[in-house]
Design a protein around this ligand. Structure first.
Ligand code: AMP
Length: 387
């Protein structure tokens, strides 16, 4: 166990690391962050130490790792080799074996398959001919995804009945040799996620399920409590708990799922870290996912996961900023709503689709929180938008 006062290392300095650092600091932890953008990274201002270097810079990784008590990471695209360097100096949680599964879609799908977890049928494809066979096997529509490095719908191509597989392959691969996973389309009613925390002694707690609404493949709105039947909620939680155990995760594991139109819960993706859908726990839960992550990684007892009040989170993307990405919208509508909490990540330049912050609205019911959150969302405009 690494008690408060220990030095916690964070690989990756984006908003997830920033919010983890804020929660850990409150408990008295000291933080050091590693990020290619160094002092400009969102987490840097809330950490004592910052190392700015690329993930393949072994000397910088050693400098970062020396003296740490324990380390974690904030996103799954950290090269395994970087993790293994840090592991020579201190424990890193979740362990690289869990990261290895989650950072590669082929390994992730194979893991789900061999352990009997529900997932969309898939085929691994490396050539236009393999893609053509896989499209016949899975039917249309289907979706071609990169095995590694993709997130928020990046590197994905939906293949519909009219699209020639050779053309689809050329468009998706850009003429480069590539490995992909072709997935059957899941006809879903809704999307949900369950974030589980597990410490080194195997204690496991699951946050209540989050109901997620995506726009252009990016999370837009999260609602909690999720508006699904108790059976669906129970099944989603059971699946997420079982995956967390099977991957032997110490830390957080977010399990993204579809609620298919036929009522089945189908796993889409796994993330061994705090998750965008869990941001509302910062304001609405007894323990936030960020504090829970720090507790689990440091092997403390886990905090209570009760939702104190129904809540809705809305992501704030760079599209709301001025066209040059420098000027933020007027936040008055959110600030003037007593039930809303504004979170900005300190990113200096906005870009369309870039996650710049979020806000959370608390209310007596999820429906009321949603109505107020959507009204606030509609009231926010880019600073140079014509009225
Ligand atoms: P992903 O990057 O795999 O999380 O996908 C991003 C979003 O694309 C998901 O949240 C879904 O809205 C959609 N999507 C991904 N895979 C499928 C699928 N097999 N069937 C239907 N929609 C999908």
């Amino acid at each position: 166990m690494f008690p408060p006062g220990s030095l916690l290392g964070l690989l990756g300095g984006g908003q997830l690391a920033r919010m983890t650092a804020l929660a850990a600091r409150r408990m008295g932890y000291r933080l050091r962050v590693f990020d290619p953008t160094g002092v400009d990274s969102p987490a840097a201002p809330v950490c004592e130490g910052v190392v700015g270097a690329k993930y393949d810079d072994a000397a910088a990784l050693e400098e970062f790792a020396r003296g740490l008590d324990v380390a974690t990471y904030e996103f799954e695209n950290i090269p395994l080799a970087a993790l293994q360097i840090v592991e020579r100096f201190c424990p890193v949680h979740p362990r690289w074996s869990a990261l290895e599964v989650c950072q590669d879609r082929e390994r992730e799908k194979t893991f789900l398959h061999t352990h009997g977890f529900p997932h969309a049928p898939f085929r691994v494809v490396t050539t236009p001919a393999e893609l053509a066979d896989a499209v016949v096997a899975l039917g249309t529509p289907c979706v071609l995804k990169t095995t590694g490095g993709g997130y928020d719908g990046k590197g994905q191509l939906k293949i519909t009945a009219g699209l020639d597989p050779a053309e689809a392959w050329a468009q998706w691969s850009g003429g480069q040799p590539r490995r992909g996973v072709l997935e059957a389309w899941v006809d879903f009613d809704a999307e949900l996620s369950v974030v589980c925390a597990r410490n080194g002694r195997g204690e496991l707690r699951a946050f209540p399920a989050f109901e997620n609404i995506h726009t252009r493949h990016i999370l837009d709105v999260t609602i909690c409590p999720a508006r699904f039947s108790p059976e669906v909620l129970r099944e989603a939680e059971e699946i997420a708990r079982a995956i967390t155990e099977a991957l032997d995760v110490q830390g957080l594991l977010a399990v993204e799922m579809f609620l298919a139109r036929d009522g089945r819960v189908v796993v889409n993706e796994l993330a061994p870290r705090p998750h965008n859908s869990g941001h509302l726990t910062f304001d609405a839960s007894l323990t936030s996912q960020f504090e829970q992550h720090a507790r689990a990684v440091c092997d403390l007892p886990l905090g209570g996961v009760d939702l104190l009040r129904p809540a809705v989170m809305v992501n704030l993307l760079g599209d709301l900023w001025s066209a040059d990405g420098l000027r933020a919208p007027d936040w008055t509508p959110v600030l003037a709503e007593p039930a809303a909490k504004l979170h900005l990540y300190g990113k200096t330049r906005a870009k369309p689709g870039r996650k710049m912050g979020h806000f959370c609205v608390l209310a007596p019911t999820a429906e009321e929180a949603l109505a107020r959150a959507l009204a606030l969302k509609a009231a926010l405009q880019p600073p140079d938008a014509r009225k």
